[in-house]
Each structure stands twice: as C-alpha cells, then as structure tokens.
Design a protein around this ligand. Structure first.
Ligand code: FAD
Length: 487
C-alpha cells in the first residue's frame, strides 16, 4: 500500500500547506488499511468549512470488515473520533435525533432513560449510529434493517451546506443507505418503540425441526455447525416472542456422564478449543453431529436489557464469560466475518451448498471458523439498497481465521454464481460488480445521480470499490498507478 499511498491525489489545498501527518486506519480485523490524513471536529461549522475546501472521505468507528471506510491517501473525516455526539429524545413523537459521533450504545442508553428502545440492531454497540445505518446494518425479525427506522437525515453537500431529506422525499431512501457516497451525514432522526420483555428460546437441534420450533415467533436466527451433516445440519436455533403470563425460564440438559453430556461439555468449551487448535474443528463437529445432541433453554428477557437480541441474560454479554449459546457466537475479536443476503426461501439451500463446498476444501486446508450464522429478516425494507428491499431475506454470516479471509470471498463468488438475487451487506460483503444485477441498474443510477448532484466538485471520495461499482469516477488506485508509470 505504501508507495501508492504516497503518490495518491486527493490531498487538500489546505493540508498540503499544513503537511498534517498521515495515520494508518484499519478495517475491523485489520484486513484492509490505508494511510490517511485524519481530521476530528468539534462543531458542524468547522466540519462544513473543512469539506468546502478539501477532498475527503468519511469514517465512523472503522468497524466495517470489508474496508468500505478506507480511502488511502485521502483526508479522512473521523466522525467516530469527533465530538459531534449530541443525542436528543423526543418522547412525544417517539423519535431520537443524534449526531455522527454518537455510538449505538449511547443512543440506546438515552432511549432507555425514556423507557424506549430501538426496533432492531446489530450485535455490537460501539459503532457510530450513522456508520451502522448507512451500511445497512441489521438485526433479525421485523424491521430488521436499522435504517428503516430513519425518518429524517441531514448531510453537508460539497459546498458545506446542510441538506435535509425526510421520509417521503424521493431522494431520501437513496441517502439512507449510501455507504460513504453521501456525506458527511451530520444528523439522523430515528423512530423508537416501547420496551418489551421477550420469551427467548434457544435450542440445539436439527435444521429439519426449525420450522416447527420457530412457529409463532417474531424473530428467528439460526447458526449451523458447518461440518455436521449437510442433509440435515446440526443447528443452534434462537427465537423470540413477546413474553406471555405464566411462561417461566426453563432449561433441559442431557443426563450426567452420558455421551450427550460429554458432547455438550466439548461444545461449551468449543470456542476455546477452536482458538487453540483450528485443525480439531472438523473432527469435533463430526463428533457432535454423531452424538445428536439436543438441548433447550428458555429465558424471559429483562425489558431494560440493551443486548437482549443476542444475549438473553441480564447485563451486557461483555460483562460475563462466554457460555454455549452466547459464547459460541463470540467471534468478534477472533474471526473475519463476511456476510450477504439471500432470499429467505433459499436460505437452507444456500447453507447446504456452502457446507458441501467447504467439505471439499479440506484438501486446501481451509476450515471455516465457528458457525454459519443465519438471521431471518422477515419483512421488506423500503430502502432500495437494503439487503431485504425485494422481500424477506436471510443474512448469511461466514467466519474464518483472519488469514483465511479470501476463502470467504471465494465462497461469496460461488454463491453469487449458483444462486439468484444475492445482495450485499455494505459493511461485510466483498463489494464486487456481480452484485449489480440483484441491486438493479436503475436503483444504482439513482444513488450515483444523487452523489453527482450534491458533490459536483468531486470533493467527496468514497471507497474505490464503491466508486467502481457505482461508476463514480475512476478508482484512485489506478490513477496513482498511471502517475507512477508516467514518472
Ligand atoms: C464486531 C462487529 C459486529 C457487527 N455486527 C453486525 C451485525 O450484527 N449486523 C450487521 O448488519 N452488521 C454488523 N457489523 C457491521 C457494522 O455494523 C458496519 O460495518 C458498520 O458500518 C460499522 O460502523 P462504523 O461506525 O464503524 O462505520 P465505518 O466502518 O467507519 O464506516 C462505514 C461506512 O459508513 C460511512 N460513514 C460513516 N460515518 C458517516 C457519516 N457520518 N456520514 C456519511 N457516511 C458515513 C463510511 O464512509 C463507510 O462507507 C458488525 C461489525 C463488527 C466489527
């Protein structure tokens, strides 16, 4: 990256004079990185003055895995490291308005003070609200795409002037999921909802039992043991329904010292074994598959719990050591994560296809890490570039050791070749031209037009792969290669 970074265009008139030191920014798990000129802001006015005169890109907390936030050689407007974090709740309208530095945890805590919560969220709360919204971050169940809750947003155009778009404005849905092509977004207003206590059921079971067990639930996710039987995989199933009177927490466990008990013991410690001995992944999963474990745990969630969707026990998951049904999902600091959306009714086929593919890749010494995550987004988004714009989807999360991340890109490519309507997650998919077909050329054109309309000066520079996919000018890496050649 070094030599290209040095010759890349995009420095500002101002900064060339001030010669600000470059800083390296990394994507989550450090797979993508680049040297940028960092800028932090204490007021919208200073931010507007800056972007009026400089070329720039926007960064939230830099938690996206796919490097969508990395534009090497550029002035990086570090929203997550700025202090534009005002957050006001309007109880009468049931909405909350926040700035570009506000994190999801901060937003949730302000809502809680007013006995309100977000409709849905991703499973990590340190991200900026705006970074998460504009990449189509989702949870599962109804209104799963967080950006569906936006009612109004304000961004600065290329002249540093604020532009406000409201739900119902024709351009609004394109700005709401715009992954760095419209920005900086300086404020969003989101709908909130009342606190609810849920009956949270978690099973270890088989895929064939899923439909029966999830009946009547309002949100379902499942995680597949990748080296179990592809005909009928071993899964961890999680469902939520509003808690009803008389339902109690319960737990069924295998008999002490039985084979199932032994398998549970291994699975409960699997996250640790997996870290230390990656080669044991497949044999351990084959063993768990043969022992045919079954378990069920029901928890009634505390309605004031901030992360009930991913961790049904009170308090935050980060405040406890991992256990089986929560700990197994804790790949946060150990794995590369690539995700994409497939139509919900094809989810089982896609998962089985992936299992068969990775089984073959043993000869290449590639082993998937952890579980294949499947979150069901059960309704349709109104935002054209959301995963579930065309209808309900399953968001499929794949994990690998960081050094193996490129295998996940190969899996994504295989799925794109064999299945229709595979759509990207803007913070986790490899952003490739093959997505254009499922996104729709007209919808893509609308976002490109919106970008050109508000940034005719070309001072806002999105990530190179976004520029290429949306035809927003030449990716800068190739421009710099030409500069190197002509030198
Ligand atoms: C541990 C972990 C767990 C995750 N869990 C989930 C999950 O459960 N569900 C899910 O869907 N995703 C999940 N993600 C993905 C994550 O939510 C997104 O990648 C999100 O964008 C990260 O937010 P950020 O603040 O770090 O944004 P960044 O990664 O810094 O930026 C993302 C994009 O937003 C743009 N941007 C940022 N701020 C602004 C602004 N103010 N104005 C305009 N553009 C802006 C950037 O230019 C970039 O294009 C997870 C990621 C991690 C690391």
């Amino acid at each position: 990256m070094g030599i290209l970074d040095k010759v890349l265009p995009g420095r500002s008139k101002k900064d060339i004079l001030s010669e600000k030191a470059a800083e390296r920014i990394h994507s989550w798990m450090k797979v993508f990185f680049g040297d940028v000129y960092p800028h932090r802001f204490t007021s919208d006015e200073k931010l507007a003055d800056f972007i009026r005169e400089n070329e720039y890109s926007c960064v939230g907390q830099s938690h996206s895995y796919n490097g969508v936030q990395v534009v090497p050689g550029m002035n990086a407007v570090l929203m997550g490291k700025s202090t534009l974090d005002e957050c006001d709740c309007n109880v009468s309208s049931g909405t909350i308005t926040c700035g570009p530095s506000t994190t999801i945890e901060e937003l949730k805590r302000v809502l809680l003070e007013h006995d309100l919560k977000m409709f849905n969220s991703g499973n990590y709360m340190a991200q900026t609200v705006i970074g998460a919204l504009v990449t189509g971050t989702h949870g599962y169940g109804e209104k799963a795409t967080m950006a569906d809750g936006i009612t109004e947003l304000t961004f600065l155009n290329g002249r540093g002037m604020p532009v406000t778009l409201k739900r119902g404005d024709p351009d609004f849905p394109y700005a709401a999921i715009s992954f760095g092509t419209i920005g900086p977004i300086i404020s969003v207003t989101l709908e909130a909802t009342e606190l609810v206590s849920y009956q949270s059921d978690a099973w270890i079971t088989r895929l064939s039992k899923k439909d029966l067990l999830k009946k009547g639930s309002v949100a379902t996710s499942w995680a597949v043991v990748p080296y179990s039987d592809p005909e009928d995989p071993l899964i961890m199933l999680h469902s939520l329904r509003p808690a009803s009177e008389g339902k109690q927490a319960q737990k069924t466990k295998p008999k002490l010292f039985s084979w199932s008990w032994l398998a549970m013991l291994i699975i409960e410690r699997y996250w640790a074994i997996d870290r230390m001995f990656p080669r044991f992944r497949r044999p351990l999963q084959r063993l768990a598959n043969r022992l045919n474990i079954r378990s069920h745990r029901r928890t009634i969630t505390d309605k004031r719990d901030l992360d009930y969707l991913y961790d049904p026990e009170p308090l935050l998951k980060s405040q406890r050591s991992p256990d089986i049904l929560t700990g197994l999902f804790s790949t946060t600091h150990t794995a590369y994560n690539l995700a994409f959306h497939v139509p919900l009714d094809r989810a089982e086929d896609v998962v089985k296809f992936i299992m068969i593919e990775v089984e073959k890749w043993q000869s290449l010494r590639f082993y998937m890490k952890s579980l294949i995550g499947v979150r069901e987004l059960s309704d349709k988004s109104s935002l054209p570039l959301a995963g579930n714009f065309r209808g309900p989807t399953a968001a499929i999360d794949l994990f690998a050791d960081t050094r193996d991340y490129a295998w996940l890109e190969r899996l994504q490519r295989e799925v794109l070749s064999y299945f229709d309507d595979v759509r990207p997650h803007w913070g986790k998919s490899a952003i490739v031209p093959e997505f254009a077909g499922s996104l729709g050329y007209e919808e893509m054109e609308r976002l490109s037009d919106l970008h050109r309309h508000h940034y005719p000066e070309g001072n806002l520079k999105p990530n190179e792969r976004v520029r290429k996919l949306f035809d927003l000018g030449r990716p800068m890496a190739s421009a710099s290669i030409e500069m190197v050649r002509s030198d």
